[in-house]
Design a protein around this ligand. Structure first.
Ligand code: G3H
Length: 491
């Protein structure tokens, strides 16, 4: 049990004597009342008062760009981040365990999330060193010599998602920090406790007030922060609805930079010329790894009518082979879902699809037990259904038959999302004819492979309501800074 009793503000661990939020794991245990989610800890339910205190600490530490951190040399800031990363590596075991218990991610994927985060931090450091080298020279044009710098933006409010509570948080938090900004960090609703072991390292490795960590309900503490007008950068991995509301509540929205990873409804397009075995293999992991709870997951599958039956037969068989189990079990693919109301929502999506003429076509699809939900393959999905439009973010695979590839392009044009798409086809001409129309709708087109974020040095963004800013290693450094010049006239 981790009972977190403090929050980090202005370089001090502040004892909290108010109410706490009890954290229940998606992993259920047998109790006198039957199977129940296990209590694994608690954290402070800070209020707007503590949030505003933490905000003032970050504002003071930034001191309108004159603070110790924003004026510190890049090499020294890198040194602080390296110290912090060393401390983080010491805590690997407990962090990995907490990822498993808080969000139900498998052991293998939890370790991967941790290792990938550390790699991301070191890659960010390397990238900054190269960028710094590039920017430290002078450009001389028309008798004017200019040094190009990368300057910080101010106070960053950083909020990550529950599905990658460590990785997605740190892929914004670290670039924001290393570029000289000061931070207010609110961990996600599920995936808060795992940040606790890092709190002391934040305190010890950075000047006071540079990193402030507050806990509590987003709707209680975040609106006031935005309304203060003192947040210079909002970085959020979450829903576009929340991001829009927060942006609108900022009194000087034109001065606010937003770095956002938002909703997605990534489609796979399986043409008559596809290698169906390869398509099934890729779409299984693409749609169902971590129970489909990835922003990059394939959330709608378009299959040409001529191959739909064969695809569904092979796909349903492959779903049947996925292993259900607890996060620590070897080879487990499907694990308990952390969101308590998720199963109700997934059942509602299935009922809605059935009411409009679709069926669950795989054995046991849509059955649930405790916080487990058996993946449902739903066919034939059409535009009247929620599953056609909504980001289900869970283990349902909607399959839409099509006759003409133009229908798939129309879907992407009409969609409010624009993250990625996967094309499965062995016909080079067919693939070539799709690339241009598709790459103008989404920010990444994958050919004969699933959608995914990595490798993390590739640009990671989206069009329309799917993102703002780009979060690859070198791009994130740019997202959290501004190019500025020191210019002088040569005589
Ligand atoms: O949830 C969004 C993640 O950034 C996805 O990353 O494609 O590596 O799972 P991934």
């Amino acid at each position: 049990l981790i009972h977190q009793r403090e929050y980090l503000c202005n370089g001090e661990m502040k004892a909290w004597d108010g109410p706490f939020h009890e954290v229940f794991s998606p992993i259920a245990v047998q109790t006198a009342n039957g199977l129940e989610r296990k209590l694994i800890g608690s954290y402070p339910l800070c209020t707007a008062t503590e949030a505003s205190e933490a905000l003032e600490a970050a504002v003071t530490a930034y001191n309108s760009g004159r603070g110790e951190w924003p004026t510190m040399g890049v090499a020294e800031r890198i040194h602080c981040v390296e110290q912090f990363t060393g401390r983080m590596i010491e805590k690997k075991d407990i962090i990995v365990k907490l990822i498993m218990w808080e969000i139900g991610k498998s052991f293998a994927d939890s370790v991967k999330e941790f290792d990938r985060t550390v790699e991301y931090i070191y890659a960010t450091i390397d990238s900054l060193k190269n960028l710094d080298r590039d920017s430290s020279g002078f450009d001389i044009v028309d008798g004017i010599a200019a040094q190009v710098r990368r300057s910080p933006l101010g106070v960053v409010l950083c909020m990550g998602p529950f599905n990658y509570p460590l990785n997605e948080t740190f892929t914004t938090l670290i670039p924001a920090l290393i570029m000289g900004n000061t931070l207010l960090f609110k961990p996600p609703k599920f995936g808060t406790l795992l940040h606790y072991p890092l709190q002391e390292a934040f305190r010890d490795c950075f000047p006071k007030g540079v990193v402030n960590v507050i806990y509590g309900r987003g709707n209680a503490i975040v609106p006031g922060l935005m309304q203060s007008g003192k947040i210079n950068v909002l970085t959020l991995i979450g829903s576009s609805k929340v991001a829009n509301e927060l942006k609108k509540s900022h009194p000087k929205v034109n001065r606010l930079r937003a770095v956002l990873g938002l909703d997605a409804k990534n489609a796979a397009i399986v043409t008559p010329e596809a290698d169906l075995d390869l398509a099934v293999k890729e779409i299984i992991t693409g749609s169902l790894s971590f129970n489909g709870q990835r922003c990059t997951a394939l959330k709608i599958i378009w299959v040409h009518r001529s191959v739909a039956d064969t695809f569904l037969e092979k796909f349903s068989a492959a779903v049947g082979e996925l292993k259900f189990g607890m996060p620590w079990e070897k080879g487990v693919a499907l694990t308990p879902l952390p969101e308590t109301n998720k199963i109700e929502y997934l059942n509602d999506c299935i009922s809605d699809a059935e009411a409009h003429g679709a069926k669950v076509v795989n054995e046991n699809g849509g059955k649930s037990e405790g916080s487990f939900f058996y993946p449902a393959v739903v066919y034939p999905v059409n535009s009247k259904m929620k599953l056609y439009h909504e980001e289900q973010f869970g283990p349902i695979v909607p399959v839409v038959p099509f006759d003409d590839l133009e229908e798939t392009i129309e879907f992407l044009i009409d969609s409010t999302h624009g993250q990625q798409v996967s094309i499965f086809s062995n016909n080079a001409d067919e693939v070539a004819s799709l690339i241009d129309p598709l790459v103008n709708q989404v920010s990444r087109v994958n050919i004969n492979t699933q959608c995914q974020r990595g490798p993390d040095v590739f640009p990671f963004t989206g069009r329309k309501d799917s993102a703002e800013g780009t979060l690859s290693v070198p791009d994130a450094i740019r997202a959290f800074s501004i190019r500025s010049l020191v210019a002088f006239k040569m005589n």
